[in-house]
Structures are given as structure tokens and as C-alpha cells.
Design a protein around this ligand. Structure first.
Ligand code: HEM
Length: 460
């Protein structure tokens, strides 16, 4: 006998519509995970979704022999902007493999190590902006870190210096926010309402993002064949898939250019949460700073230092665990033609339909008390060396899973470690509200709400 999957009571016809705040979906899911535990379900406008919130069940549904990415809900909505690009491609679309094989070598650990100077110099620009704003400043680090992520993404992957750390928010940042927020909300509204009232919002944002990408492409084309840059843009334009011999069309190149800053916008959410965790845990901050000082000495941080900072690596992993900057991902059973029997989970304890969409809620999985002692505490040591290796795979899914795992994970790692190390080394942060408690909101990624700091040059 299987155990029924718990579900909040809800109301007739509309189901659990009031259990989910459409303006803060992931916070609602975190709250439900805290109440219902390892698995729960909701029904909204007749659609049933199952949520998995324990490490063991997450690990089980990450088994690619039985399960795969579910391309549905908000992921489908974002296809209006990027069609069959990496993040949004259906399993049957050949375009995914073609793009993956063309792009992946440019995001390998070796390739991203070459981005060190760009990440480092852009971070120096941000630090000097912060050092120049006077000691009585009050800033939201997230906004500047989002600018930094866009600046570094476009510089390292597409070869253009945007200089977007200063001035008004870059239109690409605003359009990414508009499109992802709209993509998350659309599946919760009736189709007619989406079409009549909200259609224009997604269209406008899509146009801005695609125009931005098209300009990058045109500028590069105008540089002619003698251009020596061999970055991702070059690969997108010139390299053929080694397996099929196919190249990307101009529209597909634009799809992939737009996809990358949307992906990398998760990194500033993590760093901003990381600053908060370090301020709440001054011992960890001191230990990270001591490690950096011992390894780097008086000179500048170099690429070869990155692998010599195990405690900083622990800080970054513990930040990824607790911030859940990418808050979850979607899974469905691999179709079994002719077999519509239920899928059994946890050795038959639970049953779901053969085609049931499921969402892994990392806010539950990453804080699973069955795995972590005092899961809410920030303890970088548990993310280092043997302790990290011994953790079950289910709690290491911040970059997603398997074939559809984050293609930008090495880029993200380089960015996170270099930016965090430089900030820890060179500036002091002070919380504007010392009693600030983490509250997050966001769409494809989640970020601390109203988290403000004062930033000053490091006291010697
Ligand atoms: C802290 C930083 C990041 C986190 C936590 C993160 C997390 C994730 C997760 C969980 C997925 C799986 C989504 C799914 O299954 O639907 C994913 C996919 C993806 N990410 Fe990231 N990501 C980060 C940074 C980046 C960066 C820097 C890039 C680009 C340079 C990027 C590009 C992508 C792309 C293109 C996909 C789709 C891959 C595919 O399906 O083939 N991400 N990411």
C-alpha cells in the first residue's frame, strides 16, 4: 500500500491557487516544503504538480534511466524569447545536441580559466566604484552584482565591454527581469487573460533581448574574417556540430546569446546571499580572509590561486546550498510506450502518474535534516574535502542534473570564487539592518529581498 502524497486543502475548482503567491512562487513552495516535508502536491486550474523536497527522493528522481527534465510550465513560456535553445529545447529537438556540442567546449574548466583576467578586472571596477561612494553609503549589493554578471558574461563570451557598472540599469537586465517574471506567472493564469492583458509585456522584453543579441552578432560580423577573437560568439558563428555537421542559423545564434545572460544572472543572486551569510557568521569571514591573505600575500589574486582556496570553495558551496539561488528544476518520468502504470517512488511508498510533472524544491532538499546536522547553519567546513565528497548526490544539485545540467557551471564557479575572494579580501561590508533575516523572491533565480549594506575599503 502506498502513502497518499499530502496536499494542502485548497478550494473547489480553483484548487490550491491561494497556497501559492504568484509574486513569490518559490517562497510559497519553501513554506509548503517546511510544512509537508519530503513530498507534497498541489493542483492549480486542474493541473496537478508534485514537489519533491528531500535529498533521498531528489536523488531518486535524478536517475536518468527513469526520469528526465520536464520541459513545461515557465520553461515553455520562455521559448517565446529563445525558441529551442539549450535551456528550453524539448527532448525530441535535434537543436539541443547541435548547440550543446558547439557550445560546451567554450565553457569547459580550461576555457573558463582563460576568463580570469576579465572577471578580475571587472570586479576591480566594481570595487573601485564601491570604494568611491563615501563611507555613509547604503547599497543593495544585488543590483551592482547583476550589472557585474552581465558585464563579465558579455565580455568573456561575446567579446564586448558593455561598461554597464555605472549609469542606469542596462536594458538587457530590465528585459531579463520582465521576461522571466512573466514566464513564471503565465502558467498560473487563464490563457485568455495572458493573451489579452499580458501578451505585450513578454513581446516587448523579447524584442529588447533579441535586438541586444542581434547587435552583438552584427558588430562581430562587421569585424570581418580577420578578427582573432576565439570566444563563444566566434564558435556560435563558425563552428559546425562535429556529430551532424550542422551549423547554427542566425536566429539560433541569437537564441543562445540571449540564453547565456539569463543563465548567468543566477550567480549574483548567490553572491549577494553569500555576503549576508558571511556577515551573519563573522568567524567564517575571518577564516576565509585569513586563507586568502596566506595564499595571495601582497600581490594580486591570480588564476593559480583559485584552486588553493579550499575554505573559500566551501563558502561558495555552502552559499549555493543555503541560498538555493537556482531554486529548483522540473522532472518527469521517462515515457514508457504502452505502459501507463503509476511510477513508484521510495520503493513503493509513493505513487505518481506515469506522466506526472515534478519539481525539485531545493529549499527542502538542501536543508534536509536527514543529511545535515543543524541544516540552517552556515558551515563551510561541511562543504570541504572528504566531508563534501561523502555527502549524498541529492544535496549537490544546485547546478541541476545529468544531460540537462547547467552548461555554465564552470563559468559560474570561476565567477563565484574570484568575485567572492576579491570582495572578502578588499572590502568590509556592514549590514544596514543588523537584524535582517533572509527573505527571497525571484523568478528563474531567487535573491535576497531588501538586503542593504554599507561598503567600505578593508580596515587594515
Ligand atoms: C550560480 C550560478 C548558476 C546556477 C546555480 C545555475 C543553475 C542551473 C540549473 C539548476 C540548471 C538546470 C535547469 C533545468 O533543469 O531546467 C541550469 C541550466 C542551464 N544553465 Fe545554469 N546556473 C548558473 C549559472 C549559469 C551560467 C553562468 C550560465 C551561462 C554562462 C548558465 C547557463 C545555463 C544553461 C544554458 C542551462 C540549460 C542547459 C541545458 O539544458 O542544456 N548557467 N543552470
Amino acid at each position: 500500500m502506498s502513502t497518499p502524497i499530502p496536499r494542502p486543502p485548497g478550494i473547489p475548482l480553483l484548487g490550491n491557487i491561494f497556497d501559492i503567491d504568484p509574486n513569490n512562487t518559490w517562497w510559497s513552495l519553501k513554506t509548503l516544503a517546511e510544512k509537508y516535508g519530503e513530498i507534497f502536491q498541489i493542483s492549480v486550474l486542474g493541473h496537478r504538480i508534485v514537489f519533491v523536497a528531500s535529498a533521498a527522493l531528489a536523488e531518486e528522481i535524478c536517475d536518468e534511466k527513469r526520469f528526465r527534465k520536464y520541459v513545461g510550465g515557465p520553461v515553455i513560456e520562455i521559448r517565446a524569447a529563445v525558441h529551442d535553445a539549450l535551456f528550453t529545447a524539448f527532448h525530441h529537438e535535434e537543436s539541443w545536441g547541435v548547440a550543446h556540442r558547439i557550445i560546451a567546449p567554450q565553457l569547459s574548466p580550461e576555457a573558463v580559466a582563460c576568463h580570469f583576467d576579465a572577471v578580475s578586472q571587472c570586479t576591480d571596477e566594481l570595487i573601485s566604484k564601491w570604494k568611491g561612494i563615501g563611507s555613509q553609503n547604503q547599497i543593495r549589493p544585488l543590483n551592482d552584482l547583476q550589472r557585474l554578471a552581465l558585464e563579465v558574461t558579455v565580455l568573456t563570451l561575446f567579446g564586448k565591454k558593455l561598461n554597464c557598472l555605472h549609469g542606469p540599469d542596462h536594458p538587457m537586465l530590465l528585459a531579463m527581469e520582465e521576461s522571466t517574471s512573466e514566464a513564471i506567472k503565465r502558467p498560473t493564469r487563464p490563457k485568455l487573460l495572458n493573451w489579452l492583458v499580458y501578451g505585450g509585456k513578454l513581446k516587448r522584453a523579447t524584442k529588447t533581448m533579441r535586438n541586444f543579441a542581434a547587435e552583438l552578432l552584427q558588430e562581430r560580423k562587421a569585424c570581418g574574417p580577420d578578427d582573432t577573437r576565439r570566444d563563444l560568439l566566434w564558435r556560435l558563428m563558425n563552428v559546425k556540430d562535429p556529430e551532424t555537421g550542422k551549423a547554427l542559423s542566425e536566429s539560433q545564434i541569437i537564441d543562445e546569446i540571449v540564453t547565456m545572460p539569463i543563465g548567468s544572472s543566477t550567480a549574483p543572486c548567490a553572491i549577494s546571499a553569500g555576503i549576508l551569510f558571511l556577515l551573519q557568521n563573522p568567524d567564517a569571514l575571518v577564516r576565509a580572509r585569513d586563507e586568502i591573505d596566506a595564499v595571495v600575500g601582497d600581490g594580486p589574486l591570480r588564476q593559480d590561486h583559485v584552486a588553493q582556496l579550499p575554505y573559500v570553495a566551501g563558502v561558495v558551496r555552502e552559499t549555493l546550498r543555503l541560498s538555493c539561488a537556482a531554486p529548483g528544476f522540473n522532472i518527469e518520468p521517462v515515457p514508457r510506450p504502452g505502459d501507463e502504470s503509476p511510477v513508484l517512488l521510495a520503493g513503493g511508498k509513493y505513487q505518481v502518474a506515469h506522466n506526472q510533472a515534478m519539481i525539485i524544491v531545493l529549499a527542502g532538499v538542501n536543508r534536509d535534516p536527514a543529511v545535515f546536522e543543524k541544516p540552517l547553519e552556515f558551515r563551510p567546513e561541511r562543504m570541504m574535502g572528504d566531508a563534501f565528497e561523502k555527502l549524498p548526490d541529492g544535496v549537490k544539485k544546485w547546478f541541476g542534473n545529468g544531460k540537462r545540467e547547467c552548461i555554465g557551471k564552470h563559468w559560474a564557479w570561476e565567477f563565484l570564487v574570484v568575485v567572492m575572494a576579491k570582495l572578502i579580501r578588499e572590502v568590509d561590508f556592514e549590514m544596514v539592518n543588523p537584524n535582517y533575516e533572509l527573505k527571497q523572491d525571484g523568478w528563474f533565480n531567487i535573491r535576497p529581498v531588501d538586503f542593504e549594506v554599507r561598503v567600505k575599503p578593508r580596515r587594515q
